[in-house]
Design a protein around this ligand. Sequence first.
Ligand code: AP5
Length: 213
Amino acid sequence: MIVVLLGPPGSGKGTQAKKIVVEKGWAHVSTGDMLRAAIKSGSDLGVQAKKFIDQGMLVPDGLVVSLIGERMKEEDCQRGFVLDGFPRNVAQAVVLDQMLKVVGQGVGQVVLFDIADESLVKRLSGRRTCSQCSAMYHIEAVQPRREGICDQCGSALVQRSDDQSEVILNRLKVYHQQTEPLIKFYRDQAKLVTLDAAKAADEVNRSLTRALG
Ligand code: AP5
């Protein structure tokens, strides 16, 4: 099973992907996480990607597509995977279909996380992430036991460089302009299921589990 989680920044794709992959035994394929790892490693790809990410723009398709192509070949993806943050525009979706067709596969289901922009700004500006294990928190909704410290590994929590208010607004604009056309793309293929992402995380998880059967 190959599942695409589609939705605006902050809609909860990463939070839900982390849960569902454990429940289903699938791999979590997050282009955002891969790009941030590349930035942290100081690789050429990371240096190039950072310029776009810090402005809230999409990283050029060629860079992201080669990253995802390599990732999908890895052992843990062979039992199915959840795509979180990819595809991000119709061109990426077309390439994804082509890459999957070569190996006799295809996207099984696309889940749209539906939520208004106003809630997203609050979620993103309050998000804190562990600097080591990437566990996710929120200053109000998902607080760690000790302020600023990750419950799971004890490392410091940090704010993502693209979670500054100006960048958040640009990311939302980019989503509406470039990513939203994917809703029609997948609806026309009868692969789209929509869930109410404004609900509490546990409730969203139940809706997602139901949607995936
Ligand atoms: P990426 O990391 O993919 O960011 P995003 O899609 O903007 O999504 P986020 O990670 O910000 O949010 P999310 O929906 O995962 O929400 P989360 O669960 O974290 O991409 C970053 C950048 O990389 C892009 O801007 C782009 O530059 C580049 N990039 C990535 N993929 C690319 C591609 N394919 N092509 C080109 N460029 C690409 O939750 C957010 C917060 O809300 C957290 O604090 C969480 O605790 C909280 N929360 C979650 N669920 C709930 C809930 N139900 N109720 C209350 N709070 C909640």
